[in-house]
Design a protein around this ligand. Structure first.
Ligand SMILES: [Zn+2]
Length: 307
């Protein structure tokens, strides 16, 4: 990996490497949950991957972009909803405008985007998704008035909305985010937003884990709601993820579950997340294709088909 990243440091070289990766045999994948973070987003670079314990090896923002794009090519990820600080999203998008779909990230450390600017960027297609919205990290439900103008804008412009639900890293309120509360990760709290904005194209990020019953309740009453399986497909124990996924499939939501990686500063997490789905023995080939591509293509209303 180290050698590869040194090579990747030279402008122009990445595309030569991409060209050598034959993805033609791999069916296309849509990643509904990717992040374009600066490499030091978590305080410093080379933070160990929480599962493998190994640092990513990406020492600069540029190396992180190139290593992530390389993984996307390797697995034939044809589109990735990519959110982070806006200037970084635009930097990533300039590198691969067809695959990188701009998303709007809100959390405690990034200030709220200017409404007028946001509207312009949505209309211009530079940004296409409102999310990841992480109201939980600022100790608020999504129904708080802080988010209301943004949700109204998304509904008006028919922009998909991705909402963080469920989990946070161990010790979150003691470290980055003192206002974070487990309580606000409950997908049931999305209900008032869905009532107020019935046309909102909303998806539950992280599949609502560990709130299986509540996620089922919301998805069954609100058939427009989709969910991504990001992070839980690689960061929690595999058996627990499969049990949870099986619960959602059994409840009949196989046509509304979407692949996501939640790659943050570890490009290898993309492959780990794919493996989390591939290793689910209870999924049929068709169900896997739905999760990896078809459901997201329908949700995003993409014209081309993945088959
Ligand atoms: Zn999240």
């Amino acid at each position: 990996m180290k050698l590869l990243l040194i090579v990747l440091g030279f402008v122009g070289i990445p595309y030569l490497i991409f060209a050598q990766i034959d993805t033609s045999k791999n069916p296309p994948i849509i990643d509904m949950h990717l992040h374009s973070y600066p490499v030091e987003y978590m305080g410093e670079s080379n933070i160990p991957n929480p599962v493998t314990g190994r640092p990513s090896g990406a020492a600069s923002d540029e190396e992180l972009i190139q290593a992530t794009l390389l993984e996307m090519h390797r697995y034939n990820i044809v589109k990735a909803i990519t959110s982070g600080p806006l200037e970084v999203v635009y930097r990533w998008k300039s590198e691969d405008p067809k695959r990188i779909i701009g998303g709007v990230y809100f959390d405690e450390v990034t200030s709220l985007p200017d409404m007028e600017q946001l509207q312009k960027q949505f209309i211009a297609g530079r940004l296409e998704v409102l999310g990841e919205l992480v109201a939980q990290h600022v100790g608020l439900p999504l129904s708080d008035s802080l988010f209301e103008p943004y949700l109204a804008l998304a509904e008006e412009l028919d922009i998909p909305v991705g909402v963080h639900t469920g989990l946070g890293p161990a010790g979150t309120p003691y470290t980055c985010c003192p206002k974070f509360r487990v309580t606000y990760g409950n997908p049931v709290l999305l209900e008032e937003v869905l009532i107020k904005h019935p046309k909102l194209r909303l998806y539950i990020m992280h599949g609502g884990w560990p709130y299986l019953e509540e996620t089922k309740a919301i998805m069954s009453v609100y058939p427009q709601v989709y969910a991504d399986l990001a992070t839980i497909n690689w960061i929690i124990p595999r058996e627990e993820f499969h049990e949870y996924l099986l619960g959602l499939i059994r409840a009949g939501f196989g046509k509304r579950l979407m692949f996501g990686s939640d790659q943050m500063v570890w490009p290898e997490a993309i492959g780990m997340a794919i493996e989390g789905i591939e290793s689910a023995k209870f999924l049929s080939k068709e169900e896997k294709r739905d999760i990896f591509y078809n459901n997201a293509a329908r949700f995003l209303r993409l014209k081309e088909t993945g088959e």
